[in-house]
Design a protein around this ligand. Structure first.
Ligand code: SAM
Length: 255
């Protein structure tokens, strides 16, 4: 899946929603200055920034498999320990961290249970693993309007509702399958203001993630039809978009 367009395109497309999510997600685990923390799938650094603010950037590490994300985020946080790696093969010794977070990443893992198991492996006994994913199956994620319009025009459009962790309860199931002791499952809600429809739409044309790739694969006429269908969903400007993510926090009690 394409997250290779660079941190600025990613921020315009998804960082505008993942930034506001980061604070309530980080609140799920009690972390404090000096705690060793890992941000898995850091992308452009929305959660990285929030975690660094809480524990200090010297205590924080981050990984992402996308070289362009790693390069861009490294420039944003000079001196940060940020590495090119996947959740399924973390380049850290057992029990290195007090807490390990993955914001909007589990659904993109090639093997979500293996990724969560790796996150547990690098966490100390008694430490925490936390993950969250947009409620794409329930239709309350931030991309819901786009995919609703796309499906109205093309019933075969591969929306993101079948991805792991995107339906209620599934993230908890995946965490338990990975051997974690789930202590909290909850919905997190964000509200983002869009001054205009164009502000909402333009980042879909940047080719980021499954939605951007889907749009890029349409011919110009199909793109125009989808844009107009989306336009009809937001009749008044400005408008606010409310979105919900499923989140879990779990204890590492063995390993
Ligand atoms: C939707 S973005 C989330 C980025 C950031 N955490 C945020 O909240 O904005 C998903 C990120 O997961 C990364 N990713 C994809 N597969 C991954 C994997 N197997 N392990 C770790 N990260 C992965 C992508 O490169 C991308 O940066």
């Amino acid at each position: 899946m394409s997250f290779s367009g660079g941190v600025d395109a990613y921020d315009r497309f998804m960082g505008r929603y993942s930034g506001p999510l980061a604070s309530s997600f980080a609140d799920l685990v009690a972390i404090d200055a000096g705690h060793r923390v890992l941000d898995v799938g850091c992308g452009s650094g929305a959660l990285t920034r929030e975690l660094g603010r809480r524990v200090g950037f010297a205590s924080l590490s981050a990984i992402d498999p996308s070289p362009t994300m790693v390069a861009g985020t490294r420039m944003r946080f000079p001196g940060l320990d940020i590495r090119e790696a996947s959740a399924e093969a973390l380049p850290f010794a057992d029990h290195t961290f007090d807490a390990v977070f993955a914001q909007l990443v589990v659904h993109f893992m090639a093997d979500p249970v293996a990724g969560l198991r790796e996150m547990a492996r690098v966490t100390r006994l008694g430490g925490a693993v936390a993950a969250c994913v947009w409620d794409q199956a329930g239709g309350t994620g931030p991309l819901a309007a786009f995919w609703t319009a796309a499906l109205e025009l093309d019933a075969t459009a591969a929306d993101e509702s079948n991805l792991p962790g995107t339906r209620e309860g599934h993230l908890g199931d995946l965490a338990r399958d990975a051997g974690l002791e789930v202590v909290l499952e909850k919905a997190l809600t964000i509200v983002v203001e869009h001054p205009t429809f164009e502000d909402w739409w333009e980042p879909y044309t940047f080719g980021v993630g499954p939605a951007g790739a889907y749009l890029a694969g349409l011919d110009p006429q199909q793109q125009g039809a989808l844009r107009e269908r989306c336009r009809a969903m937001f009749p008044n400007e400005p408008f606010s978009l409310t979105a919900q993510a499923w989140a879990v926090s779990a204890l590492v009690s063995s390993g």
